[in-house]
Design a protein around this ligand. Structure first.
Ligand code: GDP
Length: 479
């Protein structure tokens, strides 16, 4: 059945259950109100509390955003290098860092943290953020102004930077008498190589200290949301915002990330040409972290073993050259994404050279094969974003372990993927894959610290909704 119409028809729920404000200019960002045309209806509705918090956030952003009176006033404190008075607007500045999948996850994490702490989120545009994403908040930009005073230091911010929170704890700067006044800003280093001091960010006490700092600047490559659920002062609020815990990235992602018109063109043209007419769409995201040039036979074996065993794709008939059937045959479109073209070619040829045992017609497509990661190139990142989004439009999804690229697709799509286990020693694991517990991304570098008892603890065993990930035994995810 074809339930999509390509006429100028209005989608049923173009505001996504109230997540989106109705007042944006449509032409400046077609994806915002058209995305509902390409997707199934939301499985869960956002809570009315989440909707009211988003509206409050939008009002705050409008009052405090770039070049507002409050912004200019709070910026003065930064320029004078002094923290003078409690400011009516406090900020969280997100530094553009790491691959695109990582950036999408960290930006969602930062936004949630901003909501929880009444901060205004400002986004370092980096090389290409404005080229990839529309403005998510009405009227006032989320982009950090280019003349922001600390901007040229972002690249060099690390654990040794004087205002790095972990470093200040280590050096006891904050308890020192010279700091009877507070620092004008704090740099939060939440990159995967962070240490025990940096991880104190996840403690209640430290949060009450950070609350007093008008400018927080964050650099991270991790989806740190699961650990926010373990901070006592956020617990109640988070449970009100997300009665269904495993929907955090799904809702925040749908709210924040709207492809720009250039990227939306890539998405819609591809979808209409190759995916729209199929009876079912299957996404297969292949990300190989092994060194060496693929394609690898063991990865191909794993893809085939998983999709056959789980009945996602039909077996082929090796004996008969033709399986004749009459009338309408069910068609499946397989969307593959990978840096390499090798897996796609093998799967496509398999279904060309042999009939399926079910008589189903299988089309296999892959939009690009960029060969290697080229984070600084504009068209490369546009394609990466388009492919994550296209994967999110499928009905059934298979993803690779450890990949934030896959997490973005599953979260936006509201899909619980089959996750391909990470191959060890160049062999396909058995079983090849398993179904994810939830559509949430995995936090790859969580803290294992009990802030109250001041000792190590298994943070994946404290509450039923924060568990270890399917694809990374030490990671944490919401379920
Ligand atoms: P992760 O490394 O899998 O967690 O995902 P990231 O998105 O953070 O970084 C990987 C980067 O490599 C992407 O942003 C792309 O630039 C590139 N990349 C990896 N896989 C693909 C793919 O299937 N298609 C495209 N177009 N780019 C990819």
């Amino acid at each position: 059945e074809d339930n999509l119409s390509w006429s100028a028809e209005e989608p049923k729920d173009k505001l996504l259950g109230g997540l989106l404000d109705a007042g944006f200019n449509e032409r400046s960002c077609f994806s915002r109100y058209q995305s509902a045309l390409y997707r199934k209806e939301l499985l869960h509705k956002p809570s009315s509390y989440l909707l009211s918090k988003l509206r409050n956030y939008e009002a705050l952003h409008k009052r405090c955003g770039p070049y507002t009176e409050s912004y200019n006033r709070t910026l003065k404190q930064l320029q004078l290098g002094q923290h003078m008075e409690q400011s009516d607007c406090n900020y969280l500045v997100w530094i553009s860092f790491s691959g695109l999948g990582n950036r999408i996850l960290t930006l969602a994490s930062a936004f949630l943290y901003a909501i929880l702490t009444n901060r205004v989120l400002l986004v370092d545009p980096g090389a290409d953020m404005p080229d990839l994403f529309c403005e998510p908040f009405p009227e006032v930009s989320w982009l950090l102004p280019l003349d922001f005073p600390l901007k040229n230091q972002f690249n060099s911010f690390d654990q040794k930077s004087p205002f790095c929170y972990g470093k200040m704890l280590k050096n006891k700067t904050l308890t020192d008498s010279s700091w009877s006044i507070l620092p004008p800003y704090v740099y939060l280093h939440l990159v995967h190589d962070y240490d025990d001091h940096d991880k104190m960010f996840f403690c209640n006490q430290d949060q009450s200290f950070l609350q007093k700092i008008p400018w927080l600047i964050i650099k991270t490559d991790n989806y740190f949301v699961p650990s926010l659920f373990l901070i006592p002062s956020f617990e109640q609020e988070l449970s009100n915002l997300f009665p269904v815990k495993g929907t955090v990235f799904h809702f925040l992602g749908r709210y924040l990330f709207h492809p720009t018109n250039a990227v939306w063109g890539l998405i819609t043209r591809y979808y209409q040409a190759y995916l729209a007419k199929a009876d079912e769409r299957i996404g297969i995201q292949i990300r190989v972290f092994d060194t060496g040039i693929g394609p690898f036979q063991h990865v191909l074996d794993q893809i085939i073993a998983c999709t056959m065993k789980e009945n996602l794709l039909p077996e082929i008939n090796m004996g008969e050259p033709v399986v004749s059937s009459y009338g309408h045959q069910k068609s499946k479109a397989v969307l593959m994404t990978s840096l390499s073209a090798g897996y796609f070619e093998k799967v496509r040829n398999m279904y060309w050279e042999h009939p399926t045992v079910t008589g189903e017609v299988i089309g296999v497509y892959q939009p690009s094969h960029e060969e290697y990661q080229q984070t600084e190139k504009q068209n490369h990142n546009r394609k990466a974003w388009a492919e994550m989004y296209l994967l999110s439009l499928t009905d059934v999804l298979v993803t690779s372990s450890w990949s934030t690229f896959g997490y973005v697709a599953q979260g936006l799509g509201g899909l619980k993927p089959w996750i391909l286990y990470k191959p060890e020693n160049q062999t396909a694991p058995d079983p090849p894959c398993r179904r994810a517990m939830s559509m949430e991304p995995c936090f790859h570098a969580p803290p294992f610290y009990d802030c109250k008892a001041k000792k190590g603890v298994d943070t994946g065993a404290l509450v039923p909704h924060v568990r270890h990930c399917e694809d990374m035994s030490w990671g944490l995810k919401l379920v």
